[in-house]
Ligand binder design. Sequence first.
Ligand code: FE2
Length: 120
Amino acid sequence: MVVLGETRGGFGVTPLCWLIQGGARGDQRLNQILADTQILYNLYKKHHWLMRGPTFYQLHLLLDKHAGEQLELVDAIAERVQTLGGVAVGDPRHVAEITVIPHPPNGCLVDTPLVETSRG
Ligand SMILES: [Fe+2]
């Protein structure tokens, strides 16, 4: 049994490591993380597209970079769920059902700090 925070062979066991190792219905918990990661990917892309203002280009590129990193995580987590014997959540409608990330308002968020700072 792996205890959270326990050290094995010089490596600390983080909660994510514990889940990846299959602890406590790891595939189901990983599917939760997989859903959240897919939502984050899509939110990065959304704001990549909607960004405007004098720092548009820099933030546009940065948000796309973060989206790409999230997409790599999506693939790694999904394949781990499959390895654990689970079924990776992939249908966006199912993702929307199980994510814990709050649904932001639709459209362009002109009053958020991110957009405000991008206006200079
Ligand atoms: Fe793009």
